[in-house]
Design a protein around this ligand. Structure first.
Ligand code: FES
Length: 236
C-alpha cells in the first residue's frame, strides 16, 4: 500500500555494514533520538526496536527517508538495507514520499458491494490523481486498501489510519476540503503521527522475572528437543 513514484534507492551503509556510534546520527532530531533510546531500552535486543523506531522517524518526516533509515540502522545495530528490507514489508511504513494525509479506501468485498469502486473512481477524478498518487500540493495520497475491519460502515475510508466513517462522493469531497483547510487537524494529525500521548513510565515488568521466564522457556525447549531426539533414536 506504499505510495507510487520513483523507487527509493536502498540507503547505503555509513561504514561497511557496521553499526556506527549514536553520536554520528545526523538526520533524526535530538528529542526523537532520546525517545528512540528509551524505546530501545525496553527490549532485550536493540534490533527489536527497529519497527517502533521506523514509526518515530515517520512522525518526524511523514515518511521513512533513506537518511532516517541510516540513523535507525546505527541506533539498533543493523545495516540500512535491513531497515529498508523490514520497512518495505509493512503497509504502514512508507519508503517513498507521501502526502500529509494518506486517504485509504477499502475495496474489499463488503465495501465493494457498498459502492467502494464508484467512490474510488470519484476520488481519483476529484483529486486529479490515480490510486497511489499524491496531489501536487502534497496534502493527499490516495490508496486502495484491503479490509480495514469496519465492514458495517461501507464504503470504509481511513485517513492516516483514523476511521472517518462511510463516505459518499459528496462527503468525500467535504472531507478532503476539511483536510486541506486543517479543520480536522485535532482528530487527524499529519501522516506518521500514530498517537499524541507519550509514555511517561518505564517498563512495568520486572526485568529479573522476565529473564527468569526466558531462561525457563529455553530450558523447556531444550528438554523437549532432547526428548524428541531420544524418541527418534529409540524408534530407529
Ligand atoms: S470490507 Fe471494507 S472494511 Fe471490511
Amino acid at each position: 500500500m506504499s505510495g507510487s513514484g520513483a523507487q527509493t534507492p536502498v540507503p547505503a551503509p555509513r561504514a561497511s555494514g557496521a553499526a556506527v556510534a549514536p553520536s554520528a546520527i545526523t538526520h533524526l532530531g535530538p528529542e526523537l533520538v532520546e525517545r528512540a533510546r528509551a524505546l530501545i531500552a525496553l527490549y532485550p535486543e536493540r534490533r527489536s526496536a527497529l519497527i517502533p523506531l521506523c514509526h518515530l522517524a515517520q512522525e518526524q518526516d511523514g515518511w521513512l527517508r533513506p537518511e532516517a533509515m541510516v540513523d535507525i540502522a546505527s541506533l539498533v545495530g543493523v545495516t540500512p538495507a535491513e531497515v529498508y528490507g523490514t520497512a518495505t514489508f509493512y503497509d504502514m511504513l512508507h519508503t517513498e514520499a507521501v502526502g500529509t494525509h494518506v486517504v485509504a479506501v477499502c475495496t474489499n468485498i463488503a465495501c465493494l458491494l457498498g459502492g467502494a469502486a464508484e467512490l474510488l473512481e470519484h476520488a481519483e477524478a476529484s483529486l486529479g490523481i490515480n490510486v497511489g498518487g499524491t496531489t501536487p500540493d502534497g496534502v493527499i495520497t490516495l490508496e486502495e486498501a484491503e479490509c480495514l475491519a469496519d465492514c458495517d460502515r461501507v464504503p470504509c475510508v481511513q485517513v492516516n489510519h483514523r476511521y472517518v466513517g462511510a463516505q459518499t462522493p459528496e462527503t468525500f469531497d467535504r472531507l478532503v476540503a476539511d483536510l486541506r483547510s486543517g479543520a480536522r487537524s485535532d482528530d487527524i494529525p499529519s501522516h506518521g503521527t500514530l498517537v499524541r500521548v507519550r509514555r511517561t513510565v518505564g517498563l512495568q515488568a520486572d526485568r529479573e522475572q522476565v529473564a527468569a521466564e526466558r531462561a525457563a522457556m529455553a530450558d523447556a525447549q531444550a528438554a523437549r528437543a532432547a526428548a524428541a531426539s531420544d524418541a527418534k533414536g529409540g524408534a530407529s
